[in-house]
Design a binder for this molecule. Structure first.
Ligand SMILES: Nc1nc2c(c(=O)[nH]1)N[C@H]1C(S)=C(S)[C@@H](COP(=O)(O)OP(=O)(O)OC[C@H]3O[C@@H](n4cnc5c(=O)[nH]c(N)nc54)[C@H](O)[C@@H]3O)O[C@H]1N2
Ligand SMILES: Nc1nc2c(c(=O)[nH]1)N[C@H]1C(S)=C(S)[C@@H](COP(=O)(O)OP(=O)(O)OC[C@H]3O[C@@H](n4cnc5c(=O)[nH]c(N)nc54)[C@H](O)[C@@H]3O)O[C@H]1N2
Ligand code: SF4
Ligand SMILES: [Mo]
Length: 704
């Protein structure tokens, strides 16, 4: 028996773990109390991290799909790495050579952000391809945040983080950190931090169409009609600006234009649109301006909706004009030991540099909205997508109208995946290349230290030796790069090839050491190896602006044209018609997007896939609790059991995402026995925010 430290990579909280290892298996998992950020926190998913490693369904060798014939069904066959990598390189380069760069589409899923090797090498591989058809989970998630950060602060990831440990008013729109453990706010141990906030006399106010786990522990919860938060946020801003409560910093421009532009967005107008009482909005505006440090925070619920950009912009502007940005107890920039943003290892972002071929949707940061992927596969013509490479993603379950994407994927000439499971998407692959599991590789978090509520640094060496004949994700990316480039008829320019090869040459761990050494924190990899629980670099620091702005002349323009134009669209927003209900999503503490349904530890107990519906809406349709109902949207239809609850507001229904593992009766893994349907068989790829983000929330549906 031995004890090893690890880091959980299953959500953004990045908890430090203590693993007990017996006979080469994880026999127990605890939170590490010595971790300066997570301080012993752990959730049920963290406890299940060993299950993923031990799961017999997890792929450990490359597999090839043998297509069905008249006499034999489709099957999968293990193949060796050399053959597998050649097949993938042949497939990808073949399509590019024959049909051009854009014929290859690439999709990057969420776990890439949680893997060091994917960040250092996977991204490099993707950049090798000149296709315009690059996609990721970003456009089903935080794209409005990134666009707003670029417009206001000059870099897509220059995002101030709520100073939850010192704030006295935490105003939350569309986030459920009690279940999600925080997002774009790395906040392990949210429950204890909230208790501390309340114990020092602070308050949390939650605005959400559902009385969530977070709303239940809030000091105040306000129901809001889905998709109408922009009205509430603008009315807060309206009150602050017209009642002389504003106190923005000297580096902020455009306050007068802002006042003019939002004159119609009064608290009364907001009440009509959203259902949130006007006097409540006024009161909260006063509280925000008066608080000794207040932080407005908006996440998925106000990002994945039709006015995601306006909402995320208004969240930032509220913090700015009330003087809460860059202040203790407000929102502040982190000071990570490896500052990928300050050092421009990640580009600042660009918007609408080109558009998608069919719908002419704008790119952001080199990616198109994933909502257009299906039409790019199905619409003939020059530039049509004929091959797909997915890296750690499952767009069939995670992107709008997944059922239609599912059908489109079977028409591709070639498909490959880098993934550890056969899932609803990777089952379309000709070859799947599975990297080592998280516990078999070194980890330093390049992403989530950038977004954490406290500055820390931590390096976690691999817990297990990998099996012989297993490859790390970064080795797969490096070798695939080499083999594809060799086969391309039109090769990248020599200079680019040399830069790419140099960048892919070193191991991620070597790169981390180098980045630490050349950074300003004074932390070295040697020190991190000596202190595997992590090093505390202290609380977030105020007074970093305007120095760290990356805008021209280090000033903030409060009213970017893109936002101003979208206010016009907001003014024409309509209410749902007749018997329509608005569908929203939900996350459960024991779910992890579309995967981890293989571990019984997380799926046992009461089923949680139901459609939640208000009793008055059930009554109005003559339906009863527990019945199987049909939910219909513009694009699709599902049948699912309904559960009556007053936790959703009347007119709203809720389904979790990441369910619906039974496809055409194909058994992919144990997860197929988990009941439930995919909410994304109902979400509509035509509903987009201006940023290009999918409006997964507030989808009009009928229930019968
Ligand atoms: N309706 C609706 N849709 C949503 C959401 C919602 O709230 N509502 N949420 C959206 C959000 S926020 C996100 S982030 C997306 C997620 O969307 P995706 O990223 O497309 O889906 P995931 O379910 O995260 O799938 C991750 C895949 O990565 C694989 N994987 C896990 N670990 C590794 C690894 O270390 N390496 C590799 N190569 N593969 C690995 C898993 O097997 C799984 O197949 O879904 C979005 N879709
Ligand atoms: N347990 C668990 N944790 C996770 C994940 C997981 O799948 N499971 N996924 C991880 C990922 S990839 C992400 S991005 C984060 C997301 O982290 P969060 O954003 O905190 O999580 P969600 O549960 O999606 O919260 C969205 C909230 O918005 C509400 N909402 C929906 N529509 C509206 C609306 O129109 N207005 C308002 N105001 N609210 C609305 C929903 O009811 C919900 O409570 O969670 C991460 N953590
Ligand atoms: S909160 Fe997130 S990081 Fe922490 S143990 Fe749970 S899944 Fe892992
Ligand atoms: Mo996400």
């Amino acid at each position: 028996m031995e004890t090893r430290l690890a880091v959980c990579n299953l959500c953004e909280a990045t908890c430090g773990l203590i693993l007990t290892i017996e006979d080469g298996r994880v026999s127990s998992v605890r939170g590490n109390p010595d971790d300066p950020l997570s301080r012993g926190h752990i959730c049920p998913k963290g406890v299940a991290i060993g299950d993923v490693h031990a799961d017999p369904d997890r792929l450990r060798r490359p597999v090839r799909r043998i297509r069905a014939t008249d006499s034999t069904p489709e099957r999968w066959e293990e193949i060796d790495w050399d053959t597998a990598l050649d097949l993938v390189a042949d497939g990808l380069a073949g399509v590019i050579n024959e049909h051009g760069d854009d014929a290859l589409a690439i999709y990057l899923g969420n776990p890439n952000a949680h893997s060091l090797g994917a960040m250092t090498h996977g991204v490099g591989l993707v950049q090798t391809f000149r296709t315009r058809n690059k996609f990721s989970a970003t456009s089903c998630d935080q794209l409005p945040h990134q666009l707003v950060a670029m417009l206001l602060y000059g870099h897509q990831l220059l995002l101030p983080v709520p100073d939850i440990d010192r704030t006295s008013l935490f105003l939350v729109f569309g986030a459920n950190p009690m279940a999600s453990n925080g997002s774009l706010m790395t906040v392990p141990d949210f429950p204890a931090r909230l208790r501390a906030l309340q114990a020092r006399g602070g308050r949390m106010v939650v605005v959400d169409p559902r009385r969530t786990e977070t709303a239940r522990v809030a000091d105040e919860h306000l129901f809001v009609r889905p998709g109408t938060d922009a009205w509430v946020l603008l009315a807060l801003l309206h009150t602050v600006l017209t009642e002389d409560l504003a106190g923005p910093a000297a580096y902020v421009d455009g306050l007068d234009r802002l006042v003019e532009s939002i004159s119609e967005f009064t608290p009364e107008a907001a009440e009509r649109a959203s259902g949130v009482p006007a006097d409540t909005i006024r009161r909260i505006a006063h509280e925000l301006a008066a608080a000794d440090g207040a932080a407005v925070y908006g996440r998925m619920g106000v990002s994945t909706q039709e006015f995601g950009l306006v909402c995320q912009w208004a969240v930032q502007v509220l913090n700015l004009v009330t003087g809460n940005t860059d202040r203790v107890g407000g929102t502040m920039l982190t000071s990570p030991a490896i500052d990928a943003v300050g050092r421009r290892m990640l580009g600042p972002g660009h918007y609408d540099a080109w558009r998608s071929r069919v719908r002419e949707a704008p790119e952001f940061g080199g990616e198109l909205p994933v909502a257009v992927l299906r039409e790019e596969i199905e619409t003939p013509g020059s530039g049509q997508v004929r091959a797909l490479l997915t890296l750690a993603g499952n767009p069939v379950l995670s992107t709008p109208d997944g059922a239609a994407l599912d059908r489109a994927l079977s028409d591709l000439d070639f498909c490959a995946a880098i993934d550890i499971y056969l899932n609803e998407t990777t089952r379309h692959a000709d070859v799947i290349l599975p990297p080592t599991s998280h516990l078999e590789r070194d980890h330093y978090d390049l992403v989530f230290h950038l977004l954490a509520v406290r500055n820390t640094a931590r390096f976690a060496p691999a817990v297990f030796e990998r099996d012989k004949d297993q490859w790390h994700d970064w080795e797969i990316a490096r070798e695939l790069h080499r083999r594809v480039v060799r086969r391309l008829r039109r090769k990248p320019a020599l200079a680019k090839r040399l830069v790419d090869a140099a960048r892919l040459r070193f191991s991620p761990t070597f790169l981390v050491g180098m980045l630490l050494r050349t950074g300003r924190s004074g932390v070295t990899i040697t020190e991190l190896r000596r202190r595997p629980e992590g090093v505390d670099l202290g609380p977030l620091q105020p007074d970093q602006l305007p120095r760290r702005l990356q805008t021209a002349e280090r000033r903030i323009d409060l009213l970017p044209t893109l936002v101003l134009d979208d206010l016009t669209r907001l003014r024409t927003q309509t209410q749902p018609a007749g018997d329509e209900l608005l569908l929203i999503g939900r996350r459960h503490q024991r779910d992890c997007n579309s995967w981890m349904h293989n571990t019984e530890r997380l799926t046992k107990g009461r089923a949680r896939h139901h459609l939640l519906m208000h009793p008055s809406d059930l009554d109005a349709r003559g339906l009863v609790d527990g019945a199987t109902v049909t939910v219909t949207s513009r694009v699709g239809k599902v049948e699912v059991e309904v559960r009556a609850t007053e936790d959703v507001m009347p007119g709203v229904v809720s389904l979790p995402h990441g369910y619906g593992h039974q496809r055409d009766g194909v058994r992919l893994s144990v997860a197929a026995s988990v009941p439930g349907v995919s909410i994304n068989d109902l979400t509509d790829p035509d509903r987009l925010d201006v940023s290009g983000n999918a409006a997964l929330s507030g989808v009009p549906v009928r229930v019968s």
